[in-house]
Design a protein around this ligand. Structure first.
Ligand code: SAM
Length: 222
């Protein structure tokens, strides 16, 4: 990634919203300071881009709240050598936080213009360790599996079996599970051979994961 000076907005965002709420992973903290969030949101004041809330990115979708990005990234317990699958590219912000930390990120988005836009921003930023796909990420990306870590950034109806089995041994899946019309629980799944440890983290609110293993949503609703 091309060097971008850390800005006072991202410094403040990390201090007030992320460290203050208990995120401690130095890789996550550094990445969240480094990636310029305002590159990924249009038509808002720069200070708004670093606010403590999600923002619209078009097509009925959102860029997640900074704290949620940081928490989910920390729960993945990333290592430099990791190969990560992200389901739900959206703006591409979370993708670049991941790409700042690990060696390779595969990202899937169902809305083609969002994939294209994220790719263009990453290209301008000089990021080279991301591979993109437009399609249904609710079934994962079998050709590129196994993944050390998988992150789903949309609400799923359950912990998706296909994704569990695309994890490498000791791999981690972070996925919001529950009704997309209300709230979900952030679930963390760790693969141990043929077994999976499942734990529950905080409540959250995401747009639906729409697809074969996700929700069926009326056309034009999302
Ligand atoms: N992580 C993103 C960011 O940093 O901007 C936010 C993602 S947004 C909350 C959820 C994204 O998941 C949306 O862009 C939506 O189109 C996408 N999505 C929903 N269902 C999907 C599916 N089956 N496969 C791939 N992407 C999906």
């Amino acid at each position: 990634m091309k060097a971008v000076p850390e800005n006072s907005y991202s410094e403040k965002m990390v201090k007030m919203q992320i460290i203050a709420r208990g995120v401690t992973d130095p890789f996550v903290i550094q990445a969240m300071k480094t990636v310029p969030r305002h590159f990924f949101v249009e038509h808002v004041e720069i200070s708004q881009a670093y606010g403590d809330f999600p923002l619209p990115i078009g097509y009925g979708q959102t860029i997640s709240q900074p704290y949620m990005v940081a928490l989910m990234t920390e729960l993945l317990n990333l290592k430099k050598s990791d190969c990560v699958l992200e389901v739900g590219t959206g703006s591409g912000y979370q993708t670049s936080v991941l790409a700042n930390i690990v060696s390779m990120v595969y990202t899937v988005e169902r809305i083609a213009p969002l994939t294209q836009k994220a790719r263009r921003i990453h290209c301008d930023m000089g990021i080279t360790n991301i591979e993109y796909k437009t399609g249904d990420g609710s079934v994962g990306w079998a050709e590129k599996a196994p993944f050390n870590k998988i992150i789903v950034t949309a609400a799923a109806p359950n912990i998706i079996e296909d994704l569990k089995w695309q994890l490498a041994d000791r791999g981690i899946l972070v996925i919001p599970v529950g009704d997309y019309r209300s709230y979900q629980k952030l679930m963390v799944v760790i693969r141990r051979g043929a077994f999976f440890d499942v734990s529950e983290n905080i409540g959250c609110r995401f747009v639906p994961l729409i697809g074969h293993k996700g929700f069926w949503v009326k056309p034009n609703d999302y």
